[in-house]
Design a protein around this ligand. Structure first.
Ligand code: UP5
Ligand code: MG
Length: 197
């Protein structure tokens, strides 16, 4: 029955919009399991597997890694976890991601909706350049950041439009202070929690 299926919330928004920050808050308050597709890919890269080199290049170029790799990492993490509620952060990012996900998950998971952090590029760029001073992320430099923006606009925004048409997108202004963004985020999660009762 639908109520017993694991629930999934997608967390989308441009690079630096605040997906990871808000996801951590949600995890702490509501006990969702946070699955950052980017974090999983970065960890896989470090594992030194054969795929590592490919992932490395895609990330530095701001390109989207082939879905077979990403979906496998996500499904492994979902299956390894007894959790019932998942935040899938930074995925699906293009139509290839979307169809790959749908193919693999079928109707085994319940997609509750999409948290969309909306933020202009100037704000995101400033945040990422600041973070880049200490993050060690190979894509937190101006050249990679601009490539990430282009990929986001060309490939990820159409995915948001797709979910928007289904009435699943909850758009949140991500430019404000973290605590203000968090206040609105909680309203959305509380509504999901009501639906899951
Ligand atoms: N910050 C956050 N919120 C703030 C606020 N309200 N006010 C002021 N500052 C705020 O935040 C970024 C920075 O801003 C931090 O310093 C934070 O303190 C500050 P964060 O919460 O980390 O934002 P987030 O949206 O998570 O930014 P991130 O850089 O992680 O976004 P990306 O979407 O670029 O990164 P991701 O890890 O998802 O993907 C990286 C790459 O992996 C992609 O470019 C792609 O190459 C690859 N990838 C795939 O190929 N497929 C996938 O499915 C996923 C990723
Ligand atoms: Mg992130």
């Amino acid at each position: 029955p639908a109520a017993t299926k694991p629930a999934v919330i997608f967390v989308l928004g441009g690079p630096g919009a605040g997906k990871g920050t808000q996801s951590e808050y949600i995890v702490n308050k509501y006990g969702y399991v946070h699955l950052s597709a980017g974090d999983l890919l970065r960890a896989e890269r470090k594992s030194g597997s054969a795929q590592g080199q490919l992932i490395d290049e895609y990330i530095a170029e701001g390109k989207i890694v082939p879905v077979e790799i990403t979906v496998k990492l996500l499904m492994n993490a979902i299956e390894a976890n007894g959790g019932k509620r998942f935040l899938v952060d930074g995925f699906p990012r293009n139509t290839n991601n979307l169809s790959g996900w749908q193919q693999v998950t079928g109707d085994r998971l319940r997609v509750m909706g999409v948290l969309f952090y909306d933020c202009p590029e100037e704000v995101m760029e400033a945040r990422l350049l600041e973070r880049g001073k200490t993050s060690g992320r190979t894509d937190d430099n101006l050249e990679s950041i601009r490539k990430r923006f282009r990929t986001y606009t060309n490939e990820t925004q159409p995915i948001l439009a797709y979910y928007e048409q289904q009435g699943l997108v909850h758009k949140i202004d991500g430019t404000r202070e973290v605590e203000e963004v968090w206040a609105e985020t909680q309203d959305v999660i509380n509504a999901f929690e009501q639906e899951l009762l």
